[in-house]
Design a protein around this ligand. Structure first.
Ligand SMILES: *[C@@H]1O[C@H](CO)[C@@H](O)[C@H](O)[C@H]1NC(C)=O
Ligand SMILES: *[C@@H]1O[C@H](CO)[C@@H](O)[C@H](O)[C@H]1NC(C)=O
Ligand SMILES: *[C@@H]1O[C@H](CO)[C@@H](O)[C@H](O)[C@H]1NC(C)=O
Ligand SMILES: *[C@@H]1O[C@H](CO)[C@@H](O)[C@H](O)[C@H]1NC(C)=O
Ligand SMILES: *[C@@H]1O[C@H](CO)[C@@H](O)[C@H](O)[C@H]1NC(C)=O
Ligand SMILES: *[C@@H]1O[C@H](CO)[C@@H](O)[C@H](O)[C@H]1NC(C)=O
Ligand SMILES: *[C@@H]1O[C@H](CO)[C@@H](O)[C@H](O)[C@H]1NC(C)=O
Length: 479
C-alpha cells in the first residue's frame, strides 16, 4: 500500500488539475434549513433567516410530534445575544427533526447550544444523546455554564432523501435541548474522497473520506483574525491560531492585500475564504543560512479516534515562483516532503489544501509542524501555513462520541416496547460486527466501503417512535 512521495505528489497534482479560469460565483445550497427551535417566530442572525419549528406557526416545520416537546423562552436574555439563543426546545423523550434532502451527498449539520435558566428549568442540567442518520454524534452530552454559545458542526454523507436528527434524554428523568439547527448541502468540492494516511513514518493513500461522518474540532485562521459566519462563504467560524501556536522566534506573521487567485480544480472560495488565505505564518531566511527551526501547532484531541487534518497553503510570501520548498510533519512524522506549491498552482497567491488522516498521539495531541526541507533556499521563504482544520472521524461503530452504536443508544431508553426493540438492536450490532470484520479484510477497496455504508446508514433511524412511548409530559426543574 505504501506509495512513494513522488507518486503522491503526482496524485495530488492530478486531483488538482488546474484550469486557468478564475472562479468568483457565490455558493447557494440546494438544501438550506435554518431552524429557530422552541420559538413561534422567525429570527434573523445577520442576513440569515432561522424559521420557527412550531408547527402551528410553520406548517413545514421539520419537527415530528411537537406535542411531546416543550418550547422554552429565556425570560432574561442577554441584551446582545442573537435571538436564536433566547429560546430552546426541550426534549423529555425521544424526539426527531426530519429534513427532506433534495440534493444527496455531504451535508453540514450545525447544532447550537446556549443553556439558560428559566423559572422551572435550568438547561445547564440537560443530559442527552443526539443521533444524525444513524451516527451517534453526541452521547450523554451536557453543556454547562458556557460563556458563549456552543456550536457543534458535523459533515454527514446522505444517500437517502431525508436527514433525521434524533434527540434523546440520557435517562427518563433527564431532558435534552437545542436552540437552533442548520442543515445545509455542502459544496460538492468541500470534502474530497482521497486523503493521505500518515501512519508512523509511512504515508499511504486513504480512500472513502466522503463517507465518514466528521465533526469539526478546530478551524483556525493561521496568523489572521477571527472570521465569523457572516464573512465566510459557507457560514463557518475560523479562530486565530494564538492558542495553538508554539511561539517561535524565527517565524513571523504576514498579511497579503492583493487578490487571492482561486483556480478551477484548486481550493475554492468555499474550501477557504479570502480571509484565511490572505494571512499566514512563515519561516524565512534573511541571510546566507537556512533557519534550523519548525513552526508547530498543537491541538488537544481524544484518543481512540482518527482525525482528518486539513492544511491550507497559499504562497502570499515568496518573491517569485519556485523559491519555496518545505516539509510538513504531523505528530512528528514526515507527512509531506519538499512541498513545492509552485509546481501545483503555477502562480503565487493561489490556494491549495492537503488532507491527512492521522491517529492522535498517545498524549491526545495532534501536532502539526512546518519547516525547511533540504531543498529550502537561503534568502527565501522556507515554510508557510495559512489555515488548519482538525476534524474527528467516526469510529468503527459509527460514533463520534463514545463506544455505543446508534442501536445501543436507542436501546438504552428505559421505557417502551423493549420486546420489539431488543432483537432489532441485536441485529444492528451483529450486522455491525460482521461489517467491521469484513471491512478489515477489504480495506482499500473503495467499492466495499460504499456498499457497506448504504446498508449501515439505514438501520437505526428506522426505529419507529411509537415503540418508545412514555407518558411523562411534565417538566420539573432540577436546580
Ligand atoms: C452521564 O454523565 C454524567 C456526568 O456528566 C454521569 O454522572 C452519568 O453517569 C452519565 N450517564 C450515563 C448513562 O453514562
Ligand atoms: C521508521 O522507518 C524506519 C526505517 O526507515 C524503520 O526502521 C522504523 O521502524 C520506522 N518507524 C516506525 C514507527 O514505523
Ligand atoms: C466582516 O469582515 C469585515 C472586514 O474585515 C469586518 O469589518 C466585519 O466586522 C466583519 N463582519 C462580521 C459580522 O464579522
Ligand atoms: C542569519 O540570521 C539569523 C537571525 O536572523 C542569525 O541567527 C544567523 O546567525 C545569521 N547567519 C549568518 C550566517 O549570518
Ligand atoms: C522539525 O520537526 C520534525 C518533526 O517533529 C523533527 O524531526 C525535526 O527535527 C524538526 N526540526 C527542527 C529544526 O527542530
Ligand atoms: C533530504 O533529507 C532526507 C531526510 O529528511 C534525507 O534522507 C536525504 O538524504 C536528504 N537529501 C539530501 C539531498 O540531502
Ligand atoms: C465510519 O462509519 C462508516 C459507516 O458509516 C464506516 O464505513 C467507516 O469505516 C467508519 N470509520 C471508521 C474510521 O471506522
Amino acid at each position: 500500500m505504501e506509495i512513494t512521495r513522488r507518486s503522491l505528489t503526482l496524485t495530488l497534482f492530478l486531483s488538482l488539475y488546474i484550469v486557468s479560469a478564475l472562479s468568483l460565483s457565490f455558493f447557494s445550497p440546494t438544501d438550506n434549513y435554518l431552524i429557530n427551535c422552541g420559538s413561534s417566530v422567525d429570527a434573523a442572525v445577520y442576513n440569515r433567516h432561522f424559521v420557527s419549528d412550531d408547527d402551528s406557526y410553520n406548517p413545514n416545520s421539520p419537527l415530528l410530534s411537537a406535542t411531546r416537546t416543550i418550547p422554552l423562552a429565556n425570560q432574561n436574555p442577554a441584551p446582545n445575544s442573537p435571538q436564536i439563543y433566547n429560546t430552546a426546545r426541550i426534549f423529555r423523550k425521544l424526539s426527531k427533526y426530519e429534513f427532506e434532502v433534495k440534493d444527496p451527498g455531504t451535508h453540514m449539520v450545525r447544532l447550537h447550544f446556549y443553556p439558560f435558566v428559566s423559572s422551572n428549568l435550568d438547561l445547564n442540567y440537560a443530559h442527552f444523546h443526539v443521533l444524525v442518520n444513524g451516527y451517534v454524534v453526541l452521547s450523554n452530552f451536557t453543556v454547562a455554564n458556557v460563556a458563549t454559545p456552543l456550536v457543534k458542526e458535523y459533515f454527514i454523507w446522505v444517500e437517502s432523501n431525508k436527514l433525521v436528527i434524533t434527540f434523546m434524554p440520557t435517562r427518563r428523568d433527564e431532558f435534552g435541548f437545542v436552540n437552533a439547527i442548520e442543515v445545509i448541502s455542502a459544496p460538492k468540492d468541500l470534502i474530497a474522497d482521497m486523503a493521505i494516511l500518515v501512519s508512523g513514518n509511512k504515508t499511504e493513500k486513504f480512500d472513502g473520506l466522503t463517507k465518514q461522518a466528521l465533526e469539526t474540532l478546530y478551524r483556525v485562521n493561521v496568523g489572521g483574525p477571527k472570521v465569523t459566519p457572516f464573512n465566510d462563504t459557507v457560514w463557518r467560524t475560523w479562530v486565530p491560531d494564538n492558542g495553538f501556536f508554539e511561539s517561535s522566534e524565527l517565524s513571523s506573521r504576514i498579511y497579503f492585500s492583493g487578490r487571492i487567485k482561486y483556480q478551477n480544480g484548486g481550493a475554492s472560495r468555499e474550501v477557504g475564504p479570502d480571509f484565511v488565505y490572505s494571512t499566514a505564518r512563515v519561516i524565512a531566511s534573511t541571510n546566507a543560512s537556512i533557519p534550523d527551526a519548525n513552526m508547530t501547532w498543537e491541538f488537544p484531541v481524544k484518543e481512540g479516534f482518527q482525525y482528518l487534518v486539513r492544511l491550507h497553503f497559499c504562497d502570499i510570501a515568496s518573491m517569485t515562483l519556485g523559491l519555496l520548498y518545505f516539509n510538513v510533519y504531523i505528530n512528528g512524522h514526515l507527512a509531506y516532503e519538499n512541498l513545492d506549491l509552485s509546481s501545483i498552482t503555477y502562480m503565487l497567491a493561489s490556494p491549495f489544501y492537503a488532507d491527512f488522516v492521522v491517529d492522535s498521539d498517545s498524549y491526545g495531541i495532534v501536532r502539526v509542524s512546518v519547516g525547511p526541507s533540504n531543498m529550502s533556499m537561503a534568502r527565501a521563504v522556507d515554510g508557510i501555513l495559512n489555515g488548519v482544520e482538525i476534524m474527528k472521524m467516526n469510529n468503527s461503530v459509527g460514533s463520534l462520541d463514545g463506544k455505543m452504536c446508534a442501536g445501543m443508544v436507542l436501546r438504552s431508553w428505559p421505557r417502551g416496547n423493549i420486546g420489539v426493540l431488543f432483537p432489532l438492536v441485536a441485529v444492528v450490532c451483529l450486522v455491525l460486527s460482521v461489517y467491521v470484520l469484513m471491512h478489515k479484510r477489504t480495506v482499500g477497496t473503495r467499492d466495499s466501503v460504499a456498499r457497506d455504508s448504504v446498508a449501515w446508514s439505514k438501520l437505526p433511524t428506522d426505529v419507529p417512535e411509537e415503540k418508545l412511548k412514555d407518558g411523562d409530559e411534565h417538566l420539573s426543574g432540577k436546580a
